[in-house]
Design a protein around this ligand. Structure first.
Ligand SMILES: *Cc1c(COP(=O)(O)O)cnc(C)c1O
Length: 399
């Protein structure tokens, strides 16, 4: 009899989105005339920018002709795209990242899930609470049992201080999903100092970097001196260019990353080995779209779409504040983190929003115990739908 990997049995039940769907379905069945509105989804909604569409078309067109056809490409990604990411995301900001430190993938979720496989099964893992569930779950599947929880609270502005005990791997997501909080330069300096002192590695999820508007906030961990020695950064076209369905991301593994003294192989080399073994490269059509997204026109067009989402965030923030709710996030991130009023936990407030305003949100408790007492509202959506949902909250929710 083949035995399963029993680590899967140790995973916490993941019922958040199915439970949201179940409650919405039941409400709809009981109230057939109610028109449900969604402020819960973390998914892009606006069409791709014209230059990106052209880039994707160009990629398809190349496949139509024998002279330009290509099959498998480099597992690490198209050389021109790696150069362009190095230039646009790092070089222009004065950060020295070489194209061969950038590995193109089908998105940041896969890389975030896979990167932990490079490290020791007994490594101690520090994770923000609340957090994107991939960080904990993939380490549980890998058999890790030692976790350090980094509490994100109102008191610390939802950016934790460094762990008070030793950790080997530290996940940081900034701008944060779900809280919308953004780490300051001082916050990240403390984490880099901690990582260097503990021989730890920071896994920095920069998926929402494009939403940072405040020029003083860091957009890459490599803005912090010393980070090249201790940090891996994950990037994606999903939120910046609407590639949630197209699928394209990248991971930066600096060649200078400090390594296990007993096994002097670079992490860059290990990740290359891992990717060339498990992955056959991102779609060439998607990569053609990604190149277009990073041209001056593509960036300009995408900025306008990001601005549209940011304006949604402002509508949500101000709408919730006008009914007396305390809200966080939503200014340098597409998520608003709303505090439940006294007497309500996350699910009770979710139900109140559904019953009274017909608005679907996401209970903060679904992202970890530290999310209890909050709701996540998403700025992804068409502006008119967002406005309708917020108007309904203003008119119908009584606190
Ligand atoms: C959306 C998101 C990503 C990006 O995932 P892709 O696989 O690139 O679409 C990564 N991290 C977080 C926290 C996210 O919310």
């Amino acid at each position: 009899m083949v035995r399963i990997n029993e680590n899967y049995l140790r995973l916490p039940a993941s019922y958040l989105f199915s439970e949201i769907a179940r409650r919405a379905r039941e409400f709809q069945a009981a109230n057939p005339d109610a028109r449900l509105m969604r402020l819960g989804i973390g998914n892009t909604t606006e069409p791709l920018a014209p230059s990106v569409i052209k880039g994707l078309h160009d990629g398809v067109e190349k496949l139509a002709h024998v002279e330009t056809y290509s099959g498998y490409g480099d597992e690490q990604g198209d050389a021109a795209l790696r150069r362009r990411i190095a230039e646009v995301k790092y070089g222009e900001r004065g950060l020295a990242i070489e194209p061969d430190e950038i590995f193109i993938s089908d998105g940041a979720k896969s890389d975030t899930a896979n990167i932990q496989s490079l490290f020791d099964p007994f490594a101690v893992v520090a994770i923000q609470d609340p957090a994107y569930p991939v960080y904990v779950d993939t380490n549980v599947i890998a058999g890790r049992e030692s976790f350090v929880s980094m509490a994100c609270t109102e008191a610390n502005g939802f950016v934790p201080s460094v762990p008070s005990i030793h950790a080997d791997i530290i996940y940081i997501c900034s701008p944060n999903n779900p809280t919308g909080a953004v780490a300051t330069r001082a916050n990240l300096e403390a984490f880099v100092a901690y990582a260097l002192a503990n021989d730890a590695i920071i896994l920095y999820d920069a998926a929402y970097e494009c939403f940072i508007r405040d020029r003083d906030l860091p957009r890459s961990i490599y803005e912090i001196v010393g980070a090249r020695k201790c940090a891996i950064e994950l990037g994606t076209f999903s939120k910046e260019a609407g590639f949630t369905g197209v699928r394209l991301g990248w991971t930066v593994v600096p060649k200078g990353l400090a390594i296990d003294a007993k096994n002097p192989r670079s992490v860059n080399e290990l990740w290359n080995r891992r990717q060339t073994t498990f992955f056959n490269g991102a779609s060439n059509v998607a990569q053609s779209g990604g190149l277009a997204a990073l041209t001056p026109e593509g960036r300009h067009e995408n900025d306008a779409i990001i601005e549209l989402y940011m304006a949604n965030g402002t509508v949500i923030r101000e709408g919730l504040q006008s009914v007396g709710l305390t809200v966080y996030g939503g200014t340098n991130a597409p998520y608003v983190w709303a505090k439940c009023p006294a007497g309500y936990d996350s699910w009770a407030f979710f139900d109140k929003m559904l019953d009274e305003a017909h608005v679907i949100t996401t209970p903060g408790s679904g992202f970890g115990p530290g999310g209890e007492g909050f709701l996540r509202l998403s700025a992804f959506g068409h502006p008119e739908s967002i406005r309708r949902a917020v108007d309904s909250i203003r008119s119908n929710v009584r606190l």
